[in-house]
Design a protein around this ligand. Structure first.
Ligand code: PGA
Length: 251
């Protein structure tokens, strides 16, 4: 039996208590266990909404997660949020190393790896994002860049690399409406799979998500590629109908 696809919404810095409630209501109304039986679904929300959203999702099949985590367990780190705090609010996942954090907050691959480790230490599943910029793709650096980003995580986690989720998000496809073609995405996913398996045989089971302008009309083709195990969905996760349609594209 094929592994279920994993479809994760990344709300980024969007929402309000009222609009979140509407969005979750719309997603739950779709009865995903029946209408999207081939997808596991989660939403990654701003920290301050974790409590509300976890409560709304209690006793449902939709999981929730955060969008970042501190690399430190606790201490004098003003403004940071620890993995144990995120866990306490019912989150299962945490995105680490999103390209918006790598670029706007200068997060290094080593810091991203340390965040993944901190998440795992508290039982959270890190969704580790990797991806190249347009300039890097045009300079044929894609494999070099994603391998370097992934290597820091592999070296830091050791055998625990098998416990993560990896999301390939080409920076040039995020929020731009430009999607990598299914073939372009598949090629990078296959490359990432080889790196993971070489690091640890158990890492063959690591779900590889594609992210970058996934929409209801391109999700099916992307998800049907052999090494694409699901998606990390930004803009389209803010509309219940679109997010649900993407989950339903998993076959
Ligand atoms: P997008 O964002 O779907 O809006 O392109 C994806 C992401 O950044 O996770």
């Amino acid at each position: 039996m094929a592994m279920k696809k994993l479809v994760v919404g990344n709300w980024k810095m969007h929402g309000s208590r009222a609009s979140n409630a509407e969005l979750i209501k719309g997603v739950l109304a779709a009865d995903l266990p029946k209408s999207a039986p081939h997808a596991d679904v989660a939403v990654c929300v701003p920290f301050v909404y974790l409590s509300d959203v976890a409560e709304m999702l209690r006793h449902t099949t939709v999981a929730c997660g955060a969008q970042d985590v501190s690399s430190r367990a606790q201490g004098a780190y003003t403004g940071e949020v620890s993995a144990s705090m995120i866990r306490e609010f019912g989150a299962r996942y945490v995105i680490v190393g999103h390209s918006e954090r790598r670029s706007y907050h200068a997060e290094s691959s080593q810091l991203v790896a340390d965040k993944a480790k901190a998440a795992l230490a508290e039982g959270l599943t890190p969704i580790v994002c990797v991806g190249e910029t347009l300039a890097e793709r045009e300079a044929n650096q894609t494999e070099f860049v994603v391998a370097e980003q992934l290597k820091a995580v592999i070296d830091t986690l050791g055998a625990q690399i098998a416990e993560v989720v990896v999301a390939y998000e080409p920076v040039w496809a995020i929020g731009t409406g430009k999607t990598a073609t299914p073939e372009q995405a598949q090629a990078v996913h296959a490359f990432l799979r080889v790196q993971l398996v070489a690091a640890h045989p158990d890492a063959a089971r690591v779900p590889l998500l594609y992210g970058g302008s996934v929409k209801p009309d391109n999700a099916r083709e992307l998800f049907s590629q052999p090494d694409i195990d699901g998606g990390l969905i930004g803009g389209a996760s803010l509309k219940a109908a679109d997010f649900v349609a993407i989950a339903q594209a998993a076959v």
